[in-house]
Design a protein around this ligand. Sequence first.
Ligand code: NDP
Ligand SMILES: N[C@@H](C=O)C(=O)O
Length: 262
Amino acid sequence: MSDRPAVLITGASSGIGAVYANRFAKRGHDLVLAARDKGRLDALAERLRNEAGVAVDVVKADLTAAADLAGLEARLADDARIGILLNNAGASIPGTFATQGAGAVADLIALNVTAPTRLAAAVAPRFAAAGTGAIINIGSVVGLAPELGLTVYGATKAFILYLSQGLQLELGSKGVYVQAVLPAATRTEIWERSGRDINTVQNLMDVGELVDAALVGFDRREAVTIPPLPDAGQFEAFDAARKAMLPNLGQPRAAARYRAAA
Ligand SMILES: NC(=O)C1=CN([C@@H]2O[C@H](COP(=O)(O)OP(=O)(O)OC[C@H]3O[C@@H](n4cnc5c(N)ncnc54)[C@H](OP(=O)(O)O)[C@@H]3O)[C@@H](O)[C@H]2O)C=CC1
Ligand SMILES: N[C@@H](C=O)C(=O)O
């Protein structure tokens, strides 16, 4: 039994989540790995038990299935060994907003928005009461860029950034660390799964490099970690400009530019 907090990782069967599992195991953390593909989870768990000597629980869970999600929520609420929640599971969908269909859009929101929010809501009271704990939410640079044409996917990732920043403000003073990680294009299965030929994607980052960079931000207790962004000052200026606008938003009258000429 490790003396470090256990880490519950969603979407641990492949890609970014599987690499995070490897890295946290090598750091000596026990793990709870959740995804739909139990075979891949079991193989990863066995390897990490052997290589890192940590305890690894596997939970087969479809985060768009209410009962499965509820089971993970209960695990997060009740298992005091879990001190880190990694909200990683996610997907994109092919097509455009006009072609994707309401069902596919709703399913994407269930996975990318509802599930990480409910899991964070399940663990936040326990972390706040304990005065410690960490929530890592995997967003995307696409959440900053409607220009990329991934409208609903990007909107789900913009939600993750906002949720993370809000939770930082609400929970930080209670000892809970919340990190938003915003990868750019990274070499994982998400591309094939969402109908994209990965060979057409430019500037793909190696998934191990992505996770190692995200963990540098984690170790620094950075609020928003954007591994591909060379100059942190650009995001700081972006966020400062947003904050500078806030005092001008609560006005009793419509701005003169919107009032009919007298
Ligand atoms: N790769 C990239 O370019 C980028 C990825 N991201 C984000 O990184 C995160 C991880 O994605 P990535 O590693 O790239 O992609 P992968 O497709 O490799 O991994 C996605 C993971 O999510 C799990 N998952 C998918 N659907 C469900 C579901 N319904 N219920 C439970 N688990 C599910 C998959 O497991 P299983 O199929 O076994 O359920 C898998 O483990 C996502 O949130 C993604 O949006 C952000 C920016 C860039
Ligand atoms: N997953 C990628 C887009 O589909 C990304 O977030 O860059």
